[in-house]
Design a protein around this ligand. Structure first.
Ligand code: ZN
Length: 95
């Protein structure tokens, strides 16, 4: 989990997000049940492909009202987001 500190950026400028395993995404169970489809039958929320394996990663975006908004994503999308995160962090470290 990567925290984006508020004092480095203007409010609303950056959307804070992180990746989490579905089994321990840190979401309150009521949110997890209410917002996420069945991971074994649903398609990835990003690329809309349905992998053979059940989806096991959650992209959690901090919503505007402080509630986390979960999206089920597939392994290739997770790898892409991991790479994106690395790019963003290296760019942030060298302004
Ligand atoms: Zn995907």
């Amino acid at each position: 989990m990567v925290a984006v500190t508020d004092d480095e950026r203007a409010p609303g400028e950056v959307i804070s997000w992180h990746l989490a395993p579905l089994a321990s995404s840190g979401l309150p169970p009521v949110i997890r049940r209410g917002a996420l489809p069945d991971p074994s039958t649903s398609a990835c929320d990003l690329c809309e492909l349905r992998p053979k394996q059940p989806l096991s990663t959650v992209l959690v975006i901090d919503g505007p009202d402080g509630l986390p908004v979960p999206f089920l994503i597939c392994a290739p999308c997770r790898r892409a987001l991991d790479a994106l995160r690395s790019l963003l962090e290296s760019a942030h470290g060298h302004p």
